[in-house]
Design a protein around this ligand. Structure first.
Ligand SMILES: Nc1ncnc2c1ncn2[C@@H]1O[C@H](COP(=O)(O)OP(=O)(O)OP(=O)(O)O)[C@@H](O)[C@H]1O
Length: 251
């Protein structure tokens, strides 16, 4: 039996009159990487963002159904967005470090969550080591983060998510702004970090989905059409739509 970490049940989401997610039921297993794939506009990012309560401030968004992190109902009014985001971190398409030093980027959320001051430097070092960045930045922690290369900035964004020790890390096309070498490093990092975290990743890159995912969900027009082990989706898809998409007939 798989240990389910994150799930959506009968999830529907509208922006104004437009229904963008339709009756989604999906479960993401602990310590696995799941990729969300599908043509542009099918709702991948919207689904990912709903787990991080990123539609809360969007007045035209209406959400129905249940989103769970283990036993925690993510939309229970008793749970704060800040606490949710501590347990479910998110990394975006473009590296988005704060206009501050590398160290301050790492320390920011730790201070927000009032971690004991004495523990902060050690936590920062561990997270940078875990994110394959420590050796490259240990002597320049007071340098502006924006001076790092794009790939290093993205590893910093992963490190500042990891530093809070979340349970889930959501990634929205984390490599689409990066060159192949930086992309390879991030993929390697994801495969190592999944020992400790559960990943849900939106990607347009079919090779990447095959390299890093345990399971893949193919979405089309707001629905999950097929959700299976990676090999099954790519070698033996049940639905014709999935087959046509993974073979590159449309996108
Ligand atoms: N804040 C918003 N307000 C209104 N409509 C939105 C909003 N965010 C997304 N949409 C619409 O919801 C639909 C799904 O968008 P979403 O970004 O989830 O698709 P996607 O599958 O991630 O696409 P892509 O691969 O191009 O990133 C699109 O029609 C989009 O225009």
């Amino acid at each position: 039996m798989e240990d389910i970490k994150l799930s959506a049940h009968a999830l529907n989401l509208w922006f104004g009159n437009k229904q963008v997610l339709k009756n989604i039921d999906i479960e993401f297993a602990k310590n696995q990487v799941t990729s969300l794939i599908g043509p542009s506009g099918c709702g991948k990012s919207t689904l990912l963002r709903s787990f991080n309560r990123m539609h809360d401030l969007s007045p035209e968004a209406r959400i129905e159904g249940k989103l769970m992190l283990g036993e925690m109902d993510l939309y229970d009014p008793a749970n704060s967005v800040t606490q949710t985001r501590k347990r479910i971190g998110m990394v975006f398409q473009r590296p988005n470090p704060l206009p501050k030093t590398i160290y301050e980027n790492m320390a920011y959320a730790l201070k927000l969550h009032q971690f004991p001051k004495a523990e902060i430097p050690g936590m920062i070092q561990s997270a940078l080591e875990e994110s394959f960045l420590w050796e490259e930045v240990k002597d320049e922690l007071d340098k502006p983060a924006v001076k790092l290369s794009g790939g290093q900035q993205q590893r910093l964004c992963i490190a500042r998510t990891v530093v809070l020790r979340p349970e889930v890390i959501l990634m929205d096309e984390p490599c689409s702004a990066l060159d192949p070498i930086s992309t390879e490093k991030i993929e390697e990092l994801i495969l190592k970090l999944k020992e400790h975290y559960t990943f849900v990743i939106v990607t347009h890159n079919m090779q990447q989905a095959q390299r890093i995912s345990d399971k893949v969900a193919f979405m089309y027009l707001g629905e999950v059409v097929e959700f299976e082990k990676t090999d099954a989706i790519f070698q033996n898809p049940v639905h014709e739509l999935t087959a046509n998409y993974v073979r590159g007939y449309f996108g």
